[in-house]
Design a protein around this ligand. Structure first.
Ligand code: DX5
Ligand code: ZN
Length: 237
């Protein structure tokens, strides 16, 4: 799918719940995707970790290529890796539609954001809890998606960091048309509404979906809570 088509498709589905494919059952990916598709998710959030940028390892392009054969859902790849510029093409070739890398992982994020867009993919930039929001402000025009980490990246199931809400509120003020503001880490029924009210429109959720017996119920509940408090100007179109 082209970048524009992905952006339009996602904009129609706001508030977006992105299941984090870190907490899923890796022994049965086919089944997990079937369950998520039946639950009506708008995208899959793929957490990629290299054991260097973050102290954990997950999976890479080979696994994503197999996932791509199983579903047409947009893939939102969250690269928690060092030297993302070195591996970008492999993730694009594997079928990722959105590529988000960390501002802390590169000396200058601008050229890589533009490379992602030039490849007709959705360009995303993430920032860690300790990174001030001011660092990404000069780059907002080059981003289709901004991802605020509300836990230290590396592991699912951590406690939400409340200071992330202020970051979302501040970024929301500069959010242009067709831009997504994502929050990732510790998102569940107790935290999603505040994030929505602050201006997030894409909510990554791991434990609050995969630790439940009924993904459909969990996703519906999260979507409803987000929609109930989302400000209308968070609609990215
Ligand atoms: C953390 C990842 C998240 C994480 C979310 O480094 O980026 O996507 O898996 O999991 P929960 O929702 O359990 O915090
Ligand atoms: Zn993530």
């Amino acid at each position: 799918m082209s970048r524009t088509a992905v952006l339009e498709q996602l904009a129609r589905r706001v508030p977006l719940i992105g299941p984090s494919m870190l907490k899923c059952d890796f022994g049965n990916l086919h089944r997990e995707i079937e369950l998520l598709e039946s639950a009506g998710v708008p995208l899959l959030h793929l957490d990629i970790m290299d054991g260097h940028f973050v102290p954990n390892l997950s999976y890479g392009p080979m696994v994503i290529r197999r996932l791509r054969e199983m579903t047409d859902l947009p893939f939102d790849a969250h690269l928690m890796i060092s030297e993302p510029e070195r591996y970008l093409d492999e993730y694009l070739d594997a079928g990722c539609d959105c590529i988000t890398f960390h501002i802390e992982a590169v000396p200058d994020a601008g050229p890589l954001l533009r490379r992602i867009r030039d490849a007709d993919a959705v360009a995303g930039l993430a920032l860690n809890p300790k990174t001030p929001v001011q660092q990404i402000e000069p780059l907002i025009a080059d981003c289709d998606l901004m991802l605020v980490m509300s836990v230290e990246p590396g592991f699912g199931g951590q406690k939400f960091i409340p200071a992330s809400i202020e970051k979302i509120s501040r970024l929301k003020q500069s959010l242009g048309q067709n831009q997504f503001l994502s929050i990732d880490g510790g998102i569940g029924p107790a935290t999603i509404a505040d994030a929505a009210e602050a201006g997030a429109n894409l909510f990554v959720a791991g434990s609050s979906i995969f630790d439940t017996a009924d993904y459909g119920h969990a996703i519906r509940q999260l979507t409803e809570l987000a929609a109930s408090r989302m400000v209308s100007s968070s609609l990215p179109s």
